[in-house]
Every structure is written in C-alpha cells, then in structure tokens.
Design a protein around this ligand. Structure first.
Ligand code: CA2
Length: 146
C-alpha cells in the first residue's frame, strides 16, 4: 500500500495568510503544508503537497495520484464550483478523496453552495479553517486502518 497522501490546492490559495484573514485565517500555504506533514507523520504517511492556479496542473497531479497515492485531500478553490474536468479526473482515481474548504461555503454566496467535487468525495470538511486539512488526512489514514 502506498504511504503518500496527495494534498492539492486550487487557485488563489497561494494568497492564504496574505489577504482576507477574516475568511481564511492567518496561516500561509507553507504553514498548511507543515500542518499536513505533521498530521500525516502521526499516522505513518508522507505528503505530496501542491498548489496551482491552473486547472490542468491539478488534473495532472490527480492522474499522477492514480499511480502512487493512498488518498487525495483536495481544496480545489473556486474550481470546486465550476470544474467537471476535475470531477472526471477524480472519478478516474480509485482511492479515498476528501474535499476540504477552509471557510464554511454554505454560509457564503449561493454560487459556493454547489460543488462538482462532492459528487465524488468520500468526505467533505467545510468551515473548520486550515485544521480541516488535518481532519482530511486523519480520515484517509483511518480508512486505511492507520
Ligand atoms: O473555503 C475554501 O477553502 C474555498 O475553497 C476557498 C476558495 C473559494 O473560491 C471557495 O469557494 C472556498 C478561494 C480561495 C481563495 O483564497 C484566498 C486566500 C486568501 C486571500 C484571497 C484568496
């Protein structure tokens, strides 16, 4: 069994900690990566961590995960609400997928209430801040009995 969990982040999440702290908190992407590495280590897993503003890069990483990932934690950012292409890529991946949103999208604008990714996700974590990433990793570990 693979011991690598992919953590994938979509557009604008590179700005985390730099703007809108009232919505997204003060931690940066680097802080979230460190949190993911630490959580994964507790369960005996490693992390492959990526962020991109380009849809095709996220799709390519999901394809790569088909070969070697124990699971995928994905915050696809605004692509969550628009991308059938990311849904299709996730549908071609057999392992556990956990969808994470830092903010509670259901308390926000109506257009954030629908997620294409939720149609594939095994679990969805919203509104728990960046801690949601750790919950996602813990869930994937639990699904593998770790
Ligand atoms: O709550 C989340 O994690 C979101 O996936 C974040 C996306 C948003 O489009 C989704 O509806 C919900 C946006 C990410 C933008 O991140 C920023 C962080 C700091 C400053 C500006 C943008």
């Amino acid at each position: 069994m693979s011991k690598t969990i992919y953590v994938l982040n979509g557009p604008n999440l590179n700005l985390l900690g730099k703007r809108q702290p009232d919505i997204y908190g003060r931690e940066t992407m680097a802080d979230v990566e460190a949190l993911c590495v630490a959580e994964a280590k507790k369960h005996g897993f490693a992390i492959r961590y990526h962020q991109s503003n380009r849809e095709y890069e996220l799709i390519d990483w999901i394809h790569e995960a088909r070969e070697n990932a124990a699971g995928i934690v994905i915050n696809a950012g605004a692509f969550t609400h628009t991308s059938i292409a990311i849904l299709d890529a996730l549908n071609a991946y057999d392992g556990p997928v956990i969808e994470v949103h830092i903010s509670n999208v259901h308390k926000r604008e109506e257009f954030r209430h629908h997620s294409f990714i939720s149609a594939r996700a095994d679990g969805v974590i919203v509104g728990c801040g960046t801690q949601g990433y750790a919950f996602g990793i813990a869930r994937i570990a639990a699904l593998h009995g770790q």
